[in-house]
Design a protein around this ligand. Structure first.
Ligand SMILES: Cc1cc2nc3c(=O)[nH]c(=O)nc-3n(C[C@H](O)[C@H](O)[C@H](O)COP(=O)(O)OP(=O)(O)OC[C@H]3O[C@@H](n4cnc5c(N)ncnc54)[C@H](O)[C@@H]3O)c2cc1C
Length: 453
């Protein structure tokens, strides 16, 4: 008997043809190494997940959870000889409770589908990664995904009340709670959020909801230099403004989106900052005025409260499409550093310097209001020398972020790409704590081995 006979999954959901498994064996981090799995298994229930993990435990075979594969760190990449456990067919919203303002979902529910389902009840699930049309709640939980409105409303961890998961020994457990408060025991649900499939396979999530937010005002600022745009971000934070989104998108990205989608975007400015202010009534008007003043004070060539809803939606849509648009041009190495808001101008300057020093095109998008920057290092297909230079620029950017008091990953996770960065960021004692936690929940080290640390 091989492990494939013991999985407990019907043969039509155990995929072994390498031509089929190849496309399900990696995420969207183009530069991370990918292994060859024994099989990709599509689970439909928690019990099936449990059965697969139990078989992997008995045989000490690696198991890599997969949501939609939109990850940008290599976290969902297959391990040689392991099982890829695809959760995308576990895609049902099980419960929406307007009174308690919560929803219970399977891990394969797509973020936008959850948002649409709860909106019918006048409710809102805030975490909105730019991948929300594709990425799953299970993947969002495993990476503690952020997004555009996290600057005001928080990240995935702030919305996970509880979850069900299968441990590395094949145990099905419930962590967390359904109540508004609760401090019974350690916050193990919080620990699993952001654990990148290394501590358990999430089979159900209970999320907190909010009422739908009021309509927002958009302020757009156009800048001749990216560092000026960074100054505007720092100035708005110093002014005490709390935008519901504060995004940066540069000329390279706007041009790539326009070339792809023909949206008629202006690419005259070097950088555009987009702020969304959603305080109701006069407070929103005042916040918008103050945001315009911050942009102008930092040297914006043009700053305006948008009166054209369609135009501001197009700019936000372009921001969301920037990454796939750039990917069409050639291999993209995505950065995800996060620095204190006051250090954003300096960090943007360091990114420009890395581009110059290593003769690399770096496009920039950023959840700027969080200090979470996504320099995108783009090289021509097949240009190996440029790829090597891009790697050096990547390392410089990581080092600069740490020097400025930041972190190597704001939201994409460590996966494979940020493993050296994690070692640079955490002390040996803290890394040992990680190993001890992993050992407790996954004693045979079968859950996503080789990822994170
Ligand atoms: C265009 C684009 C825009 C993006 N924008 C953002 C953004 O704004 N903010 C942001 O945070 N990220 C963003 N990302 C990155 C990515 O979408 C997120 O990391 C997302 O949370 C991954 O979800 P997924 O379902 O695709 O997970 P996958 O890529 O399939 O997996 C991600 C990780 O989670 C693990 N995993 C998946 N499901 C489970 C499960 N059920 N149990 C345990 N572990 C599991 C995997 O093993 C892997 O380690 C973007 C990506 C793209 C392509």
């Amino acid at each position: 008997m091989t492990i494939l006979d013991e999985l407990g999954i019907p043969a039509d959901r155990v995929l072994t043809d390498p031509d089929v498994t190849a496309s399900l064996s990696h995420d969207d981090a183009e530069w991370a190494p990918v292994g060859r799995p024994l099989a990709v298994v599509r689970a439909l229930t928690a019990e099936e997940v449990q059965s697969v993990v139990a078989a992997c435990y008995r045989h000490s075979v690696p198991v890599v959870a997969r949501g939609a594969g939109t990850g940008l760190s290599g976290g969902a990449n297959a391990v040689d000889g392991g099982i890829v456990l695809a959760l995308d067919r576990m895609d049902r919203v099980l419960e929406i409770d307007p009174l308690e303002r919560l929803a219970v979902v399977q891990p394969g529910v797509v973020n936008d589908d959850l948002r649409a389902a709860v909106a019918k009840e006048g409710l809102w699930y805030p975490p909105d990664p730019a991948s929300s049309p594709w990425s799953t709640i299970g993947g969002n939980v495993a990476t503690n995904a952020g997004g555009l409105c996290c600057v005001k409303y928080g990240v995935t961890r702030d919305y996970v009340l509880g979850l069900q998961m299968v441990t590395g020994t094949g145990e099905l457990v419930r962590l967390g709670r359904r109540t508004a408060k609760g401090v019974a025991g350690y916050d193990l649900a919080g620990l699993v959020v952001g654990s990148e499939g290394t501590l358990g396979i999430v089979t159900e999530v209970t999320v907190k909801l909010r009422p739908l937010p009021p309509p927002a005002i958009t302020v757009a600022g156009y800048f001749a230099s990216i560092v000026d745009a960074g100054e505007a971000v720092a100035a708005s934070a110093a002014a005490g403004l709390t935008p519901a989104a504060l995004e940066l998108v540069d000329r390279h990205c706007l041009a790539a989106v326009d070339a792809w989608k023909n949206m008629g975007l202006s690419v005259e400015a070097e950088v555009v900052l987009l702020a969304r202010l959603d305080e109701p009534g006069a407070a929103g008007e005042l916040a918008a005025e103050r945001m315009v003043a911050c942009f102008e004070g930092a040297g914006a060539t043009y700053a305006v409260r948008s009166t054209d809803e369609a135009e501001s939606e197009a700019l936000f849509a372009a921001r969301r499409l920037a990454y796939p648009a750039l990917e069409r041009l050639g291999p993209v190495l995505t950065e995800d550093v996060c620095v204190p808001k006051g250090r954003v101008p300096e960090m943007l300057g360091r990114i420009e310097k890395a581009a110059t020093d290593h003769r690399i095109t770096i496009a920039n998008i950023a959840h700027a209001g969080d200090g979470n920057l996504h320099p995108l290092l783009v090289v021509d297909p097949g240009d190996e020398a440029a790829k090597a230079r891009a790697q050096l620029a990547f390392d410089d950017i990581v080092a600069a972020a740490l020097e400025l008091g930041g972190t190597v990953t704001g939201e994409h996770g460590v996966g494979l790409l940020k493993k050296p960065g994690l070692v640079a960021e955490l002390s040996p004692v803290v890394l040992d704590m990680h190993r001890s936690v992993k050992q407790a929940l996954d004693p045979r080290g079968i859950l996503n081995p080789g990822k994170v640390f």
